[in-house]
Structure formats: C-alpha cells, structure tokens
Write a protein that binds this ligand. Structure first.
Ligand code: 13P
Length: 341
C-alpha cells in the first residue's frame, strides 16, 4: 500500500485533539422521515438548507474533526455559492462520505440484513477520492432477538465490511467500519455485550484476512446497552463498564480510534455514557474513544430549525452546545465542568 503513512495520518487526525466526528450522511429516505416528523417539507431544497445550517455553524471546527456526508450533499453548495466541501475545509473539518447503499434481506436468514454497495465500490472510491473526500463509512445492521443474530449474519456483514475497508485503503481513503448492534428489542445489556463482542471478533478476523491496515482505520461501534424495551435499564457507569470491557476483549490496540454511533439514545444519555467511559477508564484505553453521532449531535437542531430561516441561529447554537458537551465527554470532564445533563 503506497499511501499507508497518509492513511495513518488522516485516521489520527480524525480523532485528534479530543474532538470527534459528526454524521450528516442520512440517506434521502431517512432524512425525509425525520423532516416529516418535524413538519419540514421533504424536498432537495430543504435537505440542502438543513445541511447548510450544520456545515455553516460558526466554530464547529472547535469540536468536530470530520463530517460524514451523503452523496447528495457532496455536490451541493451554500446559498452564497460556496461548495459544501470548500465550506468544510474553511472550517477545518475533514470531509468523508457514506459508501454503503443500505441493507437488503440476507437470503435464507429471515429478518436479518446484509449491507449493499460492494459492486461498483472501486469506481465510486476513485471518484470521491478525486473530489477530495478523505474517509468513508459503511454500516452493517445486527439485530438481537432470541437466537438472532445468526452466525451467517455476523460473518456476511463482517466480510462485507472488510471488503469495503480494503477497497477504501487501496484508494487512499480511511475506512470507518460500523457494525451496529441495534437497540431494538427487550434484551439485557449482558446479551448486547455478548453479541457485540462476537460481531467485533469476527470483524477483526475478516479485516486481518483481507490485510487491512488497522492503524489507518476507525471503528464506529454501538455502545453496549440494554434493548429499548428491556425492563432493566443501565446507568452510565454500567454502560461504560460493559462497553469498555467488550472493546478491550475484541479490538486490537492498533486501531486508530473508536468513534461511537448514538443509535437513538437521547443526546444527554449518549454524552453521559461517553463521559463515563473516558472518566472511569482514562488510563486503560489504548485508543482515543470519541463520538461520531448523528442524532445525539443534531436532532435537537433539526427540530429547532423546523425548516425556518428565523430559527437558523438557535439551531446552530444547539448543535454547537452538543458539540461542546461531547468534546468534554471525550475528555471525561463533562460532569466536573457543570454542564447540566
Ligand atoms: P446515530 O448517532 O444517529 O446513531 O447515527 C450515526 C450513524 O452514522 C449511523 O450510521
């Protein structure tokens, strides 16, 4: 791999300085769904306007190292005519791109999914690399329910993630690998820990088979949590304990960084959990442990904006406030500084 040093430097820059990443890569269907719930028209113009609210927030570079974009956004610009990629560069934010194309049914495995997008990946990578995108993301979905996930689901998704990661590195793009064990269901936190560890062990097995350079890769895992409908909830210390134990068991120390998804947790909970990991285990972590949230960084901003120009400033203030809270959580300093949760 000719560009190994560059890949490693980019991966390190993505998690440097106690900052994290923001995911603004919702597909058209997903963003439209969120718009519908917030009473915002589901058009390309409103999606562009929302992305401009986030990208043009003054000072985001203080809390955000990189932004994961969706294809539509890569080609858009601000109302003043500045391409979004340029606006991010001016803000000191590294641009990345979501490369998976959603999920489809895994044949022979009822209710389980495998992620699509490998077919024309090499070609798309070359194009995005030319446009200046430095990193990419691929999400796999793993459902817990009774005996699920199956071995077939875990191996198929881990293999696709590894194929994607190898292709990214070949093109000089840092892969974010996201094997998401979703929160749906009534399973215990211990069951989530067990499944997450299994999925991560298989993921690193496949990454090693395909000779992926772990120093040039970011892992985007779920936090270890009880299912949404579980009777027994878990506090931040418990989430931190099981999440860090799971990661330490399954993730090699050479991985450049861990950047969590929020998975539908409310912003306060996601930040408190991240804070507990960094506060309780600071000296034991071999990798930077940070955020790559979508909803926990900007769902409140979307609701405040509500599609109206007069709300842009308040929406941006909310996004910035959550950026700041998560940066403190990344340091394990959220509670001590008195930001209310
Ligand atoms: P959430 O933080 O809303 O889970 O989104 C992160 C993400 O990028 C999902 O792929």
């Amino acid at each position: 791999m000719e560009n190994k040093d560059q890949l490693i430097m980019t991966a390190q820059a993505m998690v440097a300085d106690y900052k994290g990443l923001v995911a603004i890569d919702e597909s058209v269907a997903t963003l439209n769904k969120r718009f519908e719930a917030a009473g915002i028209p589901q058009t390309e113009a409103y999606r562009r306007a929302y992305r401009e609210v986030l990208i043009s927030t003054p000072g985001i570079g203080e809390y955000i190292n990189g932004a994961i974009l969706f294809d539509e956004t890569v080609h858009q610009q601000t109302l003043a005519g500045v391409p979004f990629l340029k606006a991010l560069e001016q803000a000191g934010v590294i641009p990345g791109i979501k490369l998976d194309e959603g999920t489809e049914d895994l044949p022979g495995f009822p209710r389980e999914k495998v992620t699509k997008g490998l077919d024309d990946l090499a070609e798309r990578l070359v194009n995005y690399q030319k446009l200046g995108l430095k990193f990419a993301k691929w999400r796999a979905v793993i459902l817990i329910d009774g005996a699920l996930p199956s071995e077939g689901c875990i191996v198929s998704n881990a293999h696709a993630l590894a194929r994607y990661a190898a292709a990214c590195q070949q093109a000089g793009i840092v892969p974010i690998v996201e094997p998401e064990v979703i929160m749906d269901g009534d399973h215990t936190i211990e069951r989530c820990a067990e499944v997450t560890e299994k999925a991560l062990r298989e993921l690193f097995n496949q990454l090693n088979l395909l000779k992926v350079e772990l120093r040039g890769l970011i892992l985007k895992p779920n936090m270890v949590l009880p299912g949404n409908d579980a009777t027994e909830k878990a506090n931040a210390d418990k989430v931190a304990e099981l999440t860090i134990a799971t990661l330490l068991n399954a993730v090699p120390a050479t991985v450049a960084g861990i950047a969590f998804l929020s998975g539908g947790q409310d912003p306060e909970t996601a930040s408190a959990n991240l804070n507990a990991m960094n506060y309780n285990y600071k000296s034991k972590l071999p990798w930077p442990v940070t955020y790559s949230f979508s909803r926990a960084l900007h769902q409140p901003a979307l609701e405040i904006w509500a599609g109206k120009d007069e709300n842009v400033k308040d929406a941006q203030a909310s996004f910035l406030e959550l950026g700041k809270a998560n940066q403190l959580a990344r340091r394990g300093e959220l509670i001590q500084t008195g930001i209310s949760l």
